[in-house]
Design a protein around this ligand. Structure first.
Ligand SMILES: CC(=O)SCCNC(=O)CCNC(=O)[C@H](O)C(C)(C)COP(=O)(O)OP(=O)(O)OC[C@H]1O[C@@H](n2cnc3c(N)ncnc32)[C@H](O)[C@@H]1OP(=O)(O)O
Ligand SMILES: O=CC(=O)O
Ligand SMILES: [Mg+2]
Length: 720
């Protein structure tokens, strides 16, 4: 029996049919026939454009390759390069000045600034945790990370370490002193937080050994719950809430002079539920799994039951937090992060749906199904009725316009008001960075963010200029002029297009999830640069990064940058290549080993287990968040060195074989892991190697085609 059913001329995998008809459509006033005929119309209308745009990518890339064959790196002929890019249509004319026109954006997008968490939506346990990461315990985040040193008395140890706990309380008091200073004295000296009722209005008064005082800005106290002896005090600064938990009977509260048992901060204002680079979804079964979790988040019913610390836990979505304001009136604070969904880009196809026997564009399916699921939101997620879709990996304005046209068609057949589906433009391909103003212009009625996805962007930088010369090492690429101009241009062009107070200007991921002290030093740069938000890999990172938005008033930072000159394209095009190359043999081998280890460590879990985002130790044993974008960088870097003769095919192969042993050792504790070094012909090992050896020929240097093919092979084998 075929796995497919015919629906309005499409062949649709029965798992997707069941999901749409039995889970996603019930409760909405759309019939199955309406959905499938609308979906078939969407595919018929947009598939040809999709194909044309992908062919254009290839055509432009081959012209750029030819240019480099003729002229070498751009440094030899910068004006000629720009002229050439205009001539081939890579650079398009800039539109006149304009202001974005998006309406109905939630405050988390327009007027509040704070961390943006990203999570693979395929993992219900993490996806729920992310949605609930609107609020985070500062005490837990400090205690559990390297923000508090781990030496001597402060070492975490097995049980609760009171000395470490005291250091946590002191660090939290320092934060309170910065964000909510007292009129006199310090939060570290407080012996009592009191609510005083004067003519029906509550005021926060604070006792220290030196006497009674209050907040320097009394209006920062906005609400409370429970009693003075055992309750919660709500403070607000830069639009973000912080809750003091008073519980003198708890273990932590009993050791505090004022019974302060925790400081809970508003953390992940927004969360991207990711269907793209952090997931491995290669067929109808996987895609339905992804969609089912997204639907559960939108209906509010998603749950996951798992074992943790010897206990069975059922995780659900958190409710709103309810308080009284200073007048005793209800004060309700959202319990969850505002959820956005990242669709896949325009490249991949899916055989969950076939047209004339051929797989359709996966992006078309994501747009239709994720929007359909989001129609179940009854205001618990977006209070303004918007659906927030993050669209990755678009090459230039024409592809942004294409995404908008897809969204308009989806709105049409789902009966949504025009521009309900907002678009987050990932500025992560070079042609988009170079034409950013025109790209935003194409989406001016629905854009809700621009964001520097610097990881994919680095991969595309290497791929686009593959023929220009040998790239620098990964870490060196990051400190070159092209990337600072890319980051600056993104903010300044966003500001010029009227984003301030309306839409997000976002910055990229912190990819070292265990290095929180370093994150705190580095990521303050994001709000300082005028970014409303920046990506974090975990709820803990969100809790800590939230402190930066108390330290920096982003709108003031944006106002300071408003009239700064946008760096010229010549900076953006200053490529991270070096000719002739001056690294020693040892340096080259070490970098190759590092890239090989990262690729193998990531790919093996992707291919064998379908895990799309992993923490993988690098060669210095630093755990790195690896996803398809970081894998794109590493594989393109190796491919580039191979292309320019810095390393040979044999050398790459033998380094991959050697590093496979290291990765096998790293995974020793995983019972379902299959060692690669026992069989270099294994699908996982070969896929990792192919990413490097065949990297030059991968479309835009993407890792998806090889990863998908390998995972499908393994799934087919495991199913036998
Ligand atoms: C270039 C780009 O596209 S970047 C965007 C894609 N990247 C991402 O989405 C990063 C998402 N982050 C992750 O997947 C993970 O943090 C990893 C893979 C990096 C590390 O995962 P792990 O090794 O399992 O982390 P670790 O053991 O330190 O922590 C696990 C705990 O943190 C939670 N956690 C970790 N990351 C997240 C997250 N992103 N969202 C929600 N919860 C998370 C888990 O739920 C778990 O807690 P639980 O046991 O209560 O459920
Ligand atoms: O998607 C984010 C990136 O950096 O790539
Ligand atoms: Mg990306």
């Amino acid at each position: 029996m075929s796995d497919y059913l015919t629906k309005s001329g499409l062949s649709v995998h029965h798992l997707l049919v069941d999901f749409v008809e039995k889970e996603a459509l019930p409760g909405l006033s759309i019939t199955a026939d309406q959905f499938w005929s609308g979906f078939a119309g969407l595919v018929a209308t947009h598939a040809p454009t999709n194909a044309r745009l992908l062919a254009k990518r290839d055509d432009l890339q081959s012209k750029i390759d030819d240019w480099h064959h003729k002229y070498g790196p751009v440094a030899n002929n910068p004006q000629g390069y720009e002229f050439f890019l205009k001539d081939i249509g890579y650079l398009v004319p800039e539109p006149q000045d304009f202001t974005i026109e998006t309406t109905d954006l939630d405050p988390e997008i327009s007027s509040l600034c704070g961390p943006q968490l990203v999570v693979p939506v395929s993992n219900a346990r993490y996806a729920l945790n992310a949605a609930n990461a609107r609020w985070g315990s500062l005490y837990d985040a400090l205690y559990g990370t390297d923000i508090i040193g781990r030496e001597g008395d402060l070492a975490p140890g097995k049980g609760y370490n009171a000395a470490r706990g005291a250091a946590v309380v002191a660090r939290a008091a320092q934060f309170l002193d910065e964000a909510f200073p007292l009129a006199t004295g310090s939060h570290s000296d407080v012996i009592g937080y009191h609510l005083v009722n004067i003519d029906g209005v509550r005021h926060l008064q604070v006792d220290t050994a030196a006497g009674r005082t209050g907040l320097r800005d009394p209006s920062s106290f906005v609400g409370f719950a429970g009693t003075e002896e055992n309750g919660e005090i709500v403070l607000r600064h830069n639009g973000l809430h912080v809750v003091l938990i008073i519980d003198p009977k708890s273990q932590i509260g009993s050791a505090h002079k004022a019974g302060l048992s925790d400081v809970v901060v508003e953390a992940a204002l927004t969360t991207i539920q990711d269907c793209e680079d952090s997931v491995a979804a290669v067929d109808a079964e996987d895609k339905v799994g992804v969609y089912r979790n997204w639907l559960g988040l939108m209906t509010g019913t998603l749950e996951d039951t798992f074992e943790k610390g010897g206990q069975t836990i059922t995780r659900k979505l958190k409710a709103d937090r309810t308080y009284k304001d200073t007048n005793g009136q209800p004060l309700v604070l959202k319990g969850r992060s505002l959820l956005l969904v990242r669709n896949v880009g325009h490249l991949m196809t899916t055989d969950a749906v076939l047209l004339d026997g051929k797989p359709i564009g996966e992006g078309l399916m994501d747009a239709a199904v994720t929007a359909l699921c989001a129609m179940h939101d009854e205001g618990n997620n977006s209070r303004t009725g918007s659906i927030y879709v993050v669209k990755p990996k678009m090459h230039g304005p024409e592809e942004v316009a294409f995404a908008c046209a897809i969204f308009a068609s989806v709105e049409g057949f789902l009966g949504l008001k025009p521009n309900t589906i907002k678009i987050g433009i990932m500025d992560e391909e070079r042609r988009t960075s170079a034409n950013l103003k025109a790209a935003i212009h194409e989406a001016r009625s629905r854009v809700f963010f621009i964001n520097t996805g610097f990881l994919d962007r680095t991969g595309d930088e290497i791929h686009t200029s593959m023929e220009a010369g040998a790239v620098l090492r990964k870490d060196e690429i990051k400190s070159e002029r092209w990337i600072s101009s890319y980051e600056d241009r993104n903010v300044l062009i966003g500001l010029a297009c009227g984003f301030s107070g309306k839409a997000q200007i976002g910055k990229g991921m912190w990819a070292r999830p265990d290095d929180m002290a370093a994150m705190m030093d580095a990521k303050i740069g994001h709000p300082n640069a005028g970014a409303n938000t920046a990506w974090v890999p975990s709820p803990t990172a969100a809790t800590l990064h939230a402190l930066h938005y108390h330290q920096v008033d982003v709108f003031a930072a944006q106002a300071r940058r408003h009239n700064q000159a946008v760096p010229p394209l010549s900076d953006l095009f200053s490529m991270p290549v070096q000719v002739p190359y001056s690294l020693s043999r040892d340096e080259i081998t070490r970098e190759l080993e590092n890239n090989a280890q990262g690729i193998l460590g990531y790919v093996v879990r992707w291919v064998q287990q379908g895990v799309g985002c992993s923490k993988v130790p690098d060669i210095n044993n630093v755990g790195l968040m690896e996803d398809r974008a970081t894998c794109r960088i590493s594989s393109q870097a190796v491919a580039n060195w191979l292309r320019h003769g810095l390393v040979s095919r044999d050398e790459v192969t033998s380094v991959f074989e050697r590093m496979a042993k290291v990765v096998d050792e790293q995974n020793e504790g995983d019972p379902i892991y299959r060692p690669m070094a026992e069989n270099y012909q294994s699908v996982a090992f070969q896929a990792a190697l192919d990413l490097a050896l065949k990297g030059v020929d991968q479309p835009s240097g993407y890792t998806e085609p090889i990863l998908h093919a390998a995972r499908r092979k393994v799934k087919a084998r495991d199913a036998k």
